[in-house]
Design a protein around this ligand. Sequence first.
Ligand SMILES: [Zn+2]
Length: 343
Amino acid sequence: MLKEYARFASDKTFELLAIDSPTGFTNAAAEWVAEQFTALGYLPTITKKGGVVVNIGADAGDGLLLEAHVDTLGAMVAEIKGNGRLRVTNLGGMRAENAETENVRVYTRDGKIIEGTLQLCNASVHVNGNYSDTKRSFDTTEVLLDEDVNSEDDARALGIEVGDVVAFDPRSRLTSSGYIKSRFLDDKLSVGILLAYAKYVKDNAVQLSRPVWIHVTVYEEVGHGGSASVPADITEAISVDMGCVGDGLKCTEKKVSICAKDSGGPYSYEVVGALIDAAKREGADYAVDVYPFYGSDVEATLRAGYDIRHGLIGAGVYASHGYERSHLDGVENTLKVLKGYVK
Ligand SMILES: [Zn+2]
């Protein structure tokens, strides 16, 4: 039965992926998220910082917080060069090696969207003898605007200024075999999953025995997404964020990942154990893994001083912070764990 909700999660993820939301530029995406929860019959609020908070459970008791983030990697205009091209700086952990040749949208402060491409400086292989030897960084690449721009003044005449946000094309695709390919599945796929879970609760009139708050955070990619807006009754918080897939780890794109430890140390032994129990009860295909280079929203919540137990689950995502890939089965398995865990 959760298959149809996995499909719903995927559909919503694709809608959200179509709304650019590099970290620090998330208002449109957050408003969309709030509208989605409202359409499902809930009463979300938008926090001062710009995240979305909504209770889908009971009014009082021992509260559970589920956190997923709507902000993504991206870039910002750092300099308009004399030739009218743009030097950009990363927002979050965007990598030039991966962003090279991607189409971009530059958002000007007067509301225009200018298209371009992130290219190596002097990008023609027939002209540049150092093409293969050049280390890619945001200093050796530049945004080439698809407009008649040959000078700094030409770029400024389009309304472009330092501080403008640069969004990378996510190139979202769902294959006939169920693979979901896109940039920024981290963490829009999890937002889709939480929307699907909220729909499942509503459609089936599931009576949750405790408050179950969802916080769709912003600024996760720069480390302080989950550091505020924790409702008073929360005793437990679980990040729903991408599960790592790679050498030495057991998870695949078709599984749900339960994280036992990441760069911030071990997750709550009790919460991890209860997540494994839930996965077993629901027959979810899961993997328990240790993530070598990873931090999460719930760790930001703990560092902000909240007295909570913490956990992390998510659908497996390969090539994270690049052109990412997951699968409908991973989404369904994540929904199974949520169904089994949240009572
Ligand atoms: Zn993430």
